[in-house]
Design a protein around this ligand. Structure first.
Ligand SMILES: Cc1cc2nc3c(=O)[nH]c(=O)nc-3n(C[C@H](O)[C@H](O)[C@H](O)COP(=O)(O)OP(=O)(O)OC[C@H]3O[C@@H](n4cnc5c(N)ncnc54)[C@H](O)[C@@H]3O)c2cc1C
Length: 303
């Protein structure tokens, strides 16, 4: 066993009651299955533990990085110094607040939230069923699919700042836009979100979710590690169509390739590195630009 770093030692002393893992491979926590070891990864079980972790890392002059389900992240091969706080399945819990509103903790997956709403006969989250991320990650980047978007139903978000203080943001204050929220500019961790939905028969909602899931599995390479759409939708086109028109389906760099099933997805064929994926995205962006004059920007967050 290697010696503990100073930071690991201090975190152990100051946070003895919290689950911490040292040199934890990011590949275990990202849907790309890519990423080297993180110096310290913390798994808070509730907002109180999260607040304590944040205060301690501030004391140690460390700016933590927040991880949900890791389904939109490309983590570095060389690993990361410092602290990653993992929220998936940690900040857990869902409740019905009134007739049409549910409150969901940020570590709950969007699929679980959609099923919870459906069981209550509440419609509006059908689009989120099948998006593999957490509610926190979905709110952070205003996830969307099949015409639905988090911003259409999310009316209130509880956000914790780096000192552990909680503030409530309205939908307007979240400044949602395409795959974007204010939290990309302003520090803050999503603790929970309120979704205001519409009453509908559960069977009708389930039918819609089934239909969307069918469309997803028919068109997406769900059998291969990926981070969903590799590029944002550009003005004036669709990334997948532009990549396809440039003849890049199956285009490969190292272990990473453009999916032959869906040109919008970059997939890990086995043993891909973050360097392979970055180079793939760079070359694809250049080749699409040469072919169409449209520049593609990565949607996946490159850490
Ligand atoms: C097969 C597949 C299909 C997909 N389909 C879709 C789709 O249809 N639509 C779509 O929009 N996306 C899709 N995605 C991408 C991804 O699931 C979404 O972007 C999702 O919202 C990311 O959530 P996450 O919990 O995995 O976030 P992560 O990938 O863990 O993190 C993404 C970003 O959010 C930040 N973050 C995470 N949690 C919090 C929090 N609680 N507070 C503050 N910041 C936070 C992270 O720091 C990071 O910057 C797909 C991905 C895959 C693998």
């Amino acid at each position: 066993m290697t010696d503990m770093t100073d930071f690991q030692q201090k975190m152990t002393e100051l946070l003895s009651e919290i689950e911490l893992r040292f040199d934890e491979p990011m590949a275990r926590h990202t849907s790309f299955r890519i990423g080297g070891p993180v110096e310290v990864m913390a798994f808070p079980k509730n907002a109180g533990e999260l607040s304590k972790i944040l205060k301690t890392s501030a004391l140690l002059d460390c700016k933590p990085v927040i991880l949900g389900a890791g389904t939109n992240v490309l983590a570095p091969d060389e690993g990361m110094k410092g602290l990653v706080i993992c929220l998936k399945d940690c900040l857990d819990g869902m409740e019905q607040v009134d007739d049409t509103t549910i409150r969901v903790a940020s570590g709950v997956t969007m699929t679980r939230a959609a099923v919870f709403a459906a069981n209550l006969g509440l419609s509006g989250l059908e689009f989120a069923h099948g998006i593999p991320g957490t509610v926190g990650g979905g709110v952070y980047m205003n996830a969307g699919a099949y015409g639905g978007e988090i911003c259409q139903v999310c009316k209130r978000v509880e956000v914790m700042d780096c000192q552990g203080k909680i503030r409530t943001f309205s939908n307007e204050e979240m400044r949602f836009s395409y795959r974007h929220s204010v939290l990309e500019e302003q520090e803050g961790i999503v603790i929970s979100a309120d979704f205001v939905l519409e009453k509908k028969p559960t069977e009708e909602i389930r039918e819609k979710m089934k239909e969307l899931m069918g469309r997803r599995s028919a068109s997406q390479p769900l059998d291969k590690p990926s981070a969903g759409s590799a590029f944002k939708r550009p003005v004036g086109g669709y990334a997948a169509a532009l990549i396809d028109q440039a003849g890049l389906k199956g285009f490969q760099v190292g272990g990473a390739a453009i999916s032959t099933k869906h040109a919008g997805f970059a997939v890990n064929l086995g043993g891909a590195t973050a360097a392979d994926v970055k180079e793939l995205l760079r070359q694809v962006s250049d080749l699409v630009y040469e072919n169409s004059g449209i520049r593609l920007e990565p949607e996946v967050r490159i850490w």
